[in-house]
Ligand binder design. Structure first.
Ligand SMILES: Cc1ncc(COP(=O)(O)O)c(C=O)c1O
Length: 400
């Protein structure tokens, strides 16, 4: 039990952030935010590494540290070149834009994908493309799903030009064999293959499959440094040299050309060296948290394969009351904007003892405030993955 370690504190008092602690004591000054892995906080060590960066102009490709990061990430993902950008939305939009030349045209995506749901309809705006949003039969897009959804009517349709996959998607991993089959099919059909690999690091850490094995199967890959990797900002688009040159031009068009980006790139390099190697441990902690919650009667809406748990508390406890309890007693923040399903996202700044603390507190809470384990009709979730969508903080204007 860790309850004595923490002092009760109001969520409304703004607390200063202390440096990351991974020792056994839980600091009452730190808020452990598991609403998203975008909540990771830059550390002093990251800022120290930023001081050592080069300071030249990246619009002209002259900044050494930025070039080093671009080369390194491209190489890791099995590609020739990379383009460092401000956000994953930008690298997704650029990654799709570079493969779309002449409307009418369309992109086939998973209905649950970030590109479909959370990029402000950018595909229509930036690429004049329509989107075919497919609800896959299994966990990820398969060749059969693509065959079913692709537009091949060259009289009345906007032909499918690009297939976009997301890996991981809601924390679940698209198996390499399935990606290989989609690649094969795309080559035969003449589709370009884009991967939103914002969290491809997680897939590789969980399966042991090298990043290049996933990345090398796609024409363009977008990866984020600012999620589980912990960097304060930044994403990378990787592809061949000619495509990245085109993306660089389009980035400038979007107003995304940046000047002395070296400091930000240095933080990214720091995270590759220091945070990426810890990712598997974070996943094991996620699993331990999930197993503990499961023992208390909770279900998961999706398989727990990496750092995300979509937890279903219906018939067990009130999610909102539980979230408030965790915030009050452990400074742990979870999203409870829907009272049925929450997305818990683990990252390296949530140490082992905080997992213990969450489980202890939850056990007590279930004992004191648990409902009879019968789901009420009024608790039921909408069909078609809506349970997942409800748990997505963006629906309530929080982080993604
Ligand atoms: C799967 C996925 N792709 C892309 C993005 C976009 O990243 P950004 O918030 O940097 O635009 C996110 C953001 O959470 C994401 O979860």
């Amino acid at each position: 039990m860790f309850s004595h370690v923490l002092k009760r504190s109001s969520p409304f008092i703004k607390r200063p952030y202390a440096p990351l602690k991974t020792t056994t004591a839980i600091s009452r000054w730190i808020t452990y935010d598991i609403t998203s892995d975008t909540a990771t906080q830059p550390t002093d060590a990251m800022f120290d590494s930023m001081k050592t960066a080069s300071k030249a102009d990246d619009v002209f490709g002259m900044d050494e540290t930025t070039n080093e990061l671009e080369q390194r990430v491209a190489h890791l993902l099995g590609h020739e070149a990379g383009l460092f950008c401000a956000s994953g939305s930008m690298t997704n939009q650029l990654g799709l834009r570079v493969s779309l030349f002449q409307p009418p045209h369309s992109v086939l995506v998973d209905v649950r994908s970030h590109v479909n749901l959370y990029e402000c309809g950018g595909l229509a705006y930036h690429s004049q493309a329509s989107m075919t949003a497919v609800n896959p039969v299994g966990q990820h897009l398969s060749v059969a799903d693509i065959e079913q959804g692709a537009i091949q009517d060259d009289l009345c349709g906007a032909l499918t030009r690009v297939v976009s996959v997301e890996n991981t998607l809601n924390g679940t991993i698209m198996p390499l064999t399935q990606l290989e089959a989609v690649r094969e099919h795309s080559l035969v059909q003449g589709y370009k293959l884009h991967m939103d690999g914002a969290r491809i690091w997680e897939a590789s850490a969980a399966t042991g499959v090298p990043l290049a094995a996933y990345g090398g199967l796609c024409d363009t890959v977008s990866v984020c440094l600012s999620k589980g990797l912990g960097a304060p900002i930044g994403s990378m688009l990787v592809s061949d040299k000619a495509t990245i040159r085109r993306a660089r031009h389009l980035r400038k068009l979007m107003g995304g050309g940046w000047r002395q980006s070296g400091g930000l790139a240095a933080a990214g390099l720091y995270c590759l060296d220091h945070v990426l190697p810890t990712m598997r441990d974070t996943q094991l902690r996620t699993l331990r948290l999930w197993q503990g919650l499961q023992r208390l009667g909770m279900d998961a809406v999706l398989p727990v394969e990496t750092n995300m748990i979509f937890i279903d508390t219906r018939g067990i406890i009130s999610l909102r009351a539980w979230a408030q309890h965790l915030l009050d007693h452990a400074n742990v923040r979870i999203d409870s904007s829907d009272d049925r399903v929450a997305r818990l996202v683990m990252h390296y700044q949530v140490p082992e003892n905080v997992v213990d603390r969450i489980l202890d507190l939850t056990q007590e809470f279930v004992k004191l405030h648990g409902k009879s384990p019968v789901k009420q009709a009024s608790d039921s979730l909408p069909a078609d993955n809506q349970g997942v969508k409800l748990a997505y903080p963006s629906n309530n204007n929080n982080s993604t």
